[in-house]
Design a protein around this ligand. Structure first.
Ligand code: NAD
Length: 376
């Protein structure tokens, strides 16, 4: 059974059946039911918020990581250095959805007790959509900042260069508002787009901006192919294989911010930078340097922090829009709009991406009849 094709030739799948299929796939692949469910909630949650790049399109790749031993099921993150306000945490190549959550909870606990905290997570499996972690901190009334690098993922060219020397290194921050109100979440790769968006475009989904890719000969293009090169029949596209690279966003400024992610999330956490001349191909992992702040520790009283934030948001949004009928959005607002829409319409997936997910589910041992049952 295939869900219906709708506008843009996308397949629309509702969130709950999608979560069930992904959960079952990871259970069949060696994860505990709890971990499988965590992975499914996080991946489908990224789709729900419009970040298809960090959504269920990653299922085949994560299953491959498990088989290859790049990511390990059932790992508990371990604190290796600690003070009241600092923890250096080894993710031991466990799933990011598990060790990332554990690291964030350590940061939350310390910041709740001491007003501020810093965590340095090294050797984490893919941490997915980093906004998840800022949202988790905001739910505990904490402001947070997260700087992330991807060791072993050389897919971005620095400003002024052609060759891959950087990862897509996301930067993320969360600002909590009042209870029951969604937090403000800035969450972005420091490349023009996250790699997964190139994968989505390659699989027939939303096209890339015209300046997203640099080819081997230094030309700028929106074609994702130079990032992946040729993919053999039956193989999953690998961004390490192409002759081209993603570009850092915002020319020298985005390239500089990307560099800072390598310093904080790679060098300072001890996780390691994307690569070095002596070791260009390192083992893949995310490093994450996180800071947590309780607004109360800054002496705010009577909700004055949230009041000031909200007054500024109102002022910002009062700017005249550049387009007729347009609107100035604050960070995280787009995701909320997409989520409201997708909870009704279902999640759009390119047919090829959907086929890959079903194929991975079947290869993991799920029966087609069970998949059909879930989709009914
Ligand atoms: P993006 O280009 O869509 O930028 C997202 C940010 O821009 C959000 O904060 C969003 O609210 C804001 N935004 C979007 N439209 C806006 C508008 N019209 N006005 C104002 N603000 C707007 O996202 P991206 O850079 O492609 O990143 C996608 C995801 O990839 C993120 O969730 C990121 O955490 C994730 N990522 C993860 C890794 C990893 O290794 N785990 C690596 C790279 C990226």
């Amino acid at each position: 059974m295939t869900p219906p094709l709708k506008k843009n030739d996308s397949i629309y799948v509702q969130i709950e059946p999608l979560k069930s299929i992904v959960t079952e796939t990871f259970k069949h692949s060696g994860c505990s039911p709890e971990e499988a469910s965590r992975i499914a909630v996080r991946l489908s949650g990224a789709n729900l918020r419009g970040h298809d790049s960090h959504g269920v399109i990653r299922v085949p790749r994560y299953v491959d990581y498990l088989k290859e031993g790049k990511q390990i099921a059932g790992v508990t993150a371990e604190i290796i250095t600690e003070s009241d306000i600092l923890a250096v945490i080894d993710g031991k190549f466990g799933f990011g959805q598990t060790v990332g959550e554990q690291a964030v909870d350590i940061g939350i606990k310390k910041a709740k007790a001491n007003g501020i905290a810093i965590t340095a997570l090294q050797n984490a499996g893919h941490l997915g959509r980093i906004g998840d972690w800022a949202e988790r901190a905001a739910a505990a009334d904490l402001v947070s900042i997260h700087m992330v690098n991807v060791r072993g993922s050389l897919i971005v060219a620095p400003f002024g260069g052609i060759d891959r020397r950087m990862s897509t290194s996301p930067f993320c921050a969360g600002i909590p508002l009042n209870d029951g109100e969604d937090p403000i979440i800035l969450d972005m790769a420091t490349s023009v787009v996250a790699e997964g968006k190139a994968l989505v475009a390659l699989k027939g989904g939303k096209p890339l901006p015209d300046d997203a890719i640099i080819t081997d000969s230094g030309d700028v293009t929106g074609d994702p192919k130079p990032l992946y090169g040729d993919t053999n029949q039956g193989e999953f596209p690998n961004p390490s294989n192409g002759p081209g690279a993603l570009r850092a966003f915002g020319n020298h400024k985005g390239s500089g911010l990307n560099f800072l992610m390598e310093m904080m999330a790679g060098a300072l956490t001890g996780s390691g930078c994307a690569g070095t001349l002596s070791e260009p191909q390192r083992r893949f992992c995310n490093g994450m340097f996180s800071m947590y702040f309780s607004p109360n520790a800054f002496g705010h009283s009577d909700n004055s922090f949230v009041s000031e934030v909200k007054a500024y948001v109102e002022f910002l949004k009062s700017s005249r829009p550049t387009e007729v009928g347009g609107e100035v959005l604050i960070p995280g607002e787009k995701e909320k709009q997409v989520m409201a829409e997708r909870l009704k319409s279902g999640l759009p997936l390119a047919p090829e991406a959907w086929e890959d997910i079903v194929k991975t589910a079947r290869n993991s041992g799920m029966k087609q009849s069970n998949i059909d049952l879930i989709l009914q």
